[in-house]
Design a protein around this ligand. Sequence first.
Ligand code: DGL
Length: 277
Amino acid sequence: MASVLVFDSGSGGLSVLKEIRSLLPGQDCHYLADVAAFPYGNWEEGALAEHVVGLTSDAVEKTGAGVLVIACSTASTLVLPLLRERLTIPIVGTVPAIKPAAALTDTGVISVLATPGTVKRDYTFELIAKWAPETAINLVGSENLAEMAEQKLAGHPVDGQRLAAEIDPCFVEKDGRRADVLVLGCTHYPFLADDIERYAKWPVRLVDPSAAIARRVAEVLGKNIADVLPGGHQSDNGRASEAGALTFETTGAQSDFPSIARSALGLKNFNDLSTDP
Ligand code: DGL
C-alpha cells in the first residue's frame, strides 16, 4: 500500500494528518516537521523554494511514499509547480480556501488569515482572481500566530490579548458590510480555532480546509469516498481496517515533538506513536 508523507514547517500539518487518519484509519503515514527552519512565514521566496523542494524530494525517496502532502500553505503557494515537475508521485497541496469561502459569504467580505509569506504570493492572488473576483478579500499576514499555535500544542496557555491583536485586522467592514467568513490560511491555525472564535470581534464562519485536503488524499489514493463510513472506519469487505503505521521525523532536535503530536492527533498514550528520529 502506498504510504502518505505529510510535510510542514512544524506541527501545523498535524491538523491535516489528523483528518487523513480520521478518514483513512488504515493508511500508513509519515510526518516530517521542518522544525529547524520554522517559521517559514518570512523566508525569502527563492531560498524557501529551494529548501522545501530539496527536503521533501529527499524525504519521498527515503520513505518511499506514494503521495506527498505539502500541509503548509506558505510552502504550497510557492513550490507546488516546481515539485510537480521534479517528482512523479501525486502531490496534494494546501492553499488558502478562497473558493469555499466565496461560496459561504453573505456579505461579500472575506478575511484570509495566513502567514506573511502566503498573503504576498502570486498564487494567492491568482486564486482570488479565479474564484472570488466579485468578493472583497482582506488579506491578513500574521507574524505570530503559527508560533502561538506551537506554544499551545506544547501545553502553554494562549495569551488572549496577544491573540486578539493578531486577529484584529480580520474584522473589517466594507461599505457597511462586515467580513463574515474567516479563512484559516495556515495549517497551524485550526489548533487556535476555539481561541479565534472566543476573541473574534463579531461572529464569523471559520473555514478550515483540513477535511477537504484529506478527501483529496483519499481521491488520489484511489479510495472511493462512498466506502468511507461515517466515524472514520473505512469499509474493507465489511471489516474495519487495522490502524495504519505512523512515523515522525523532525529536522532539528525537538524532544517534545511526540507529546505535541499526541495532543494534536488526539492520541491517548505514547504507544500510539512511533517516532523515527
Ligand atoms: N503551517 C504553515 C502554513 O500553513 C507555516 C507556518 C510557518 O512556518 O510560519 O503556512
